[in-house]
Design a protein around this ligand. Structure first.
Ligand SMILES: [Mg+2]
Length: 234
């Protein structure tokens, strides 16, 4: 999924290099991001819709997905064990290909386009990705607040909520891309949201997403990268 406008493209490379230097240096007191995503700010060469879809059917994909979610849950348990009195703990989760499964669209298009994606979102019929959905349900029962942070634009909020409700996904906050901002990178927008959440007094214990841009930028103790070779979001 590419969100870059022509304006952005001309400035994207140098800006990303500067940004990478900044985001890859975690703030004091925060755990360093795991190796597997901290280095991968560039689009992997093997990202494409058709091959990516095929990959989702492999056992490797399923193992990779399950491992990330298992590690997220284990990290939460460990954090609670080591910090029994901690309050206002939170999980941040991305939505697309993290919590909702859009293969119902990608099975029928050659590649990502915004008009097709918007039509699909308006149907609000994406199924959930069971492991992540059950992790979030478990986390909420265990006292973690759930904040969903998505690059979907605000105008799609009603359909997004409808789709989450259909899947019985409970959450405490839903942050979306402002309709007035088509240009900012996902890294910039999502990092700011996580900072805002921590400024409200929450400690983000786990941040989980299928894109590197969901995860870099700090403001989370642990980050978990889910596999996605269908598309890439900067
Ligand atoms: Mg996603």
């Amino acid at each position: 999924m590419q969100f870059l406008s022509p304006f952005q493209k001309s400035y994207a490379a140098p800006a990303l290099m500067v940004l990478a230097l900044f985001v890859l240096c975690p703030s004091p007191g925060l755990a360093a991001p795991p190796e597997n995503y901290s280095k991968a700010v560039e689009e992997p060469a093997d990202t494409n819709n058709e091959a990516g879809l095929k990959y989702t059917k492999t056992s490797l994909f399923k193992q990779e997905f399950a491992k990330a979610v298992r590690e997220a849950r284990d990290f939460c348990k460990k954090y609670k064990r080591e910090n029994p009195d901690a309050k206002n703990l939170a999980i941040v989760s991305d939505i697309d290909e993290t919590l909702l499964d859009n293969r119902g669209l990608f099975n029928h298009v050659e590649k990502f386009t915004w008009p097709e994606f918007i039509k699909w979102i308006e149907k609000a019929e994406a199924p959930n990705l069971k492991e992540t959905a059950s992790f979030l349900k478990w986390a909420r029962k265990n006292g973690f607040s759930i904040f969903l942070v998505t690059g979907r634009p605000e105008k799609l909020r009603p359909y997004t909520i409808m789709n989450l409700v259909k899947n019985d996904i409970a959450y405490d906050g839903l942050y979306m891309r402002p309709d007035s901002d088509r240009k900012s990178s996902a890294i910039k927008l999502k990092t700011k949201v996580r900072k805002d959440i921590e400024d409200m007094g929450f400690k983000i214990v786990v941040n989980i997403g299928d894109q590197v841009s969901d995860l870099v930028g700090g403001y989370a103790l642990d980050c978990e990268k889910l596999p996605n070779k269908m598309y890439f979001v900067k």
